[in-house]
Design a protein around this ligand. Structure first.
Ligand SMILES: [Ca+2]
Length: 331
């Protein structure tokens, strides 16, 4: 094992060496496995972040993990339908009810379609998986804070809409606590919850779970599939959001006959050259008179002359009256 440890992990291991085997930590106490079957790997935590296949919910009452134990502790035959090799499945454990569920086992009871995640010489068969840790100090949130949702990837098709024979992102939601009930079409008695696709199940490439928020109502995943009209291809990050979605652009109907005309020409420049240009012809627009004077055109030229007092007073008075009426009417 030392060959896969980094310097920090090696130092810790030397200080606190691994025991030869570990009991299970259940309900605050260490307890030996009921059947006496200990894991081969004595490490309580895998040294390689990407291979840490277990999580505990924030409330400490729920756990999810991956195991290839065969048959499964829940009695499902998890041998790959083609190779016959035991395949990894995803489990959910609820400490409040001491209940273990296989949430990725095929709801129909059929044996799984698994993929070899390893190599020809060291095969690792998996029908489903949760994402391992991304790096030493960060694990994607594969389970909501309350433990009632788990996001996993399945190679096998668990719903009829999954037709691509590739890895897809799924959600397991416990029945009775959210939108899932025993009457929901995707409810599975085996999983005691609803199993739904998050990715499309139709792309010819794998979809990947990236992360989720604590509520489990926002799930981030990557896919090559174009799930909205504006996505023209390539690998994109999507968020599946409870109550979310984009308004799709409405396709313009095809035109017929006279309706098929060119779009109207853009409006002319808002600043015509004649206004921007400063010269004699612009004198009227640019010449300003002093207070008490007004502009008049005489002999082709603009001049400032004294305002006529009587007319000016009458105009100002009329304006004031209109203003006053307007103000009253608006209240
Ligand atoms: Ca699939």
């Amino acid at each position: 094992m030392a060959d896969v440890l980094n310097a920090v992990e090696t130092a810790r291991t030397e200080k606190t060496p691994f025991a030869t085997r570990y009991d299970n930590f259940i309900g605050g106490k260490w307890a030996p496995p009921l059947a006496g079957r200990y894991f081969d790997n004595p490490s309580p935590v895998d040294a390689i972040p990407a291979e840490r296949w277990a999580r505990v919910s924030a409330d400490g009452l729920h756990a999810t993990f991956v195991s290839a134990a065969s048959p499964t502790p829940t009695g499902y035959d998890n041998r790959d339908a083609e190779s016959g090799e035991p395949a990894r499945e995803v489990y959910h454990y609820d400490a409040t009810e001491d209940r273990l569920l296989c949430i990725s086992c095929d709801p129909s009871g059929a044996r799984p379609a698994a993929a070899n995640m390893g190599s020809a010489t060291h095969p690792v068969w998996a029908a489903a998986r949760i994402q391992g840790w991304e790096v030493l100090n960060h694990a994607p949130r594969v389970m909501s804070g309350d433990g009632r949702r788990v996001f996993f990837e399945s190679f096998g098709a668990l719903v009829p809409e999954d037709t691509n024979g590739r890895w897809d992102v799924y959600q397991w939601e416990e029945a009775g606590k959210g939108t899932c009930t025993t009457a929901t079409p995707t409810y599975s008695e085996e999983a005691q919850g609803c199993i739904d696709l998050i990715s499309s199940g139709e792309s010819d490439r794998d979809a990947t779970f990236l992360d989720a928020d604590a509520s489990g109502e926002n799930v981030f995943f990557a896919t090559l599939a174009s799930l909205v009209g504006a996505d023209y291809g390539l690998n994109d990050v999507y968020v599946a959001r409870v109550g979310g979605g984009f308004p799709e652009a409405i396709a313009q109907p095809e035109c017929e006959g006279e309706a098929c005309q060119s779009p109207p020409a853009p409006p002319p420049d808002v600043t015509p050259a004649s206004e921007a240009f400063q010269g004699p012809e612009n004198e009227k627009a640019t010449k300003r008179c002093r207070r008490g004077q007004r502009k008049v055109r005489r002999g082709g030229k603009v001049r400032c002359v004294k305002k006529r007092k009587g007319k000016g007073k009458a105009q100002r008075k009329g304006k004031a009256q209109r203003k006053g009426q307007g103000g009253g009417a608006s209240r």
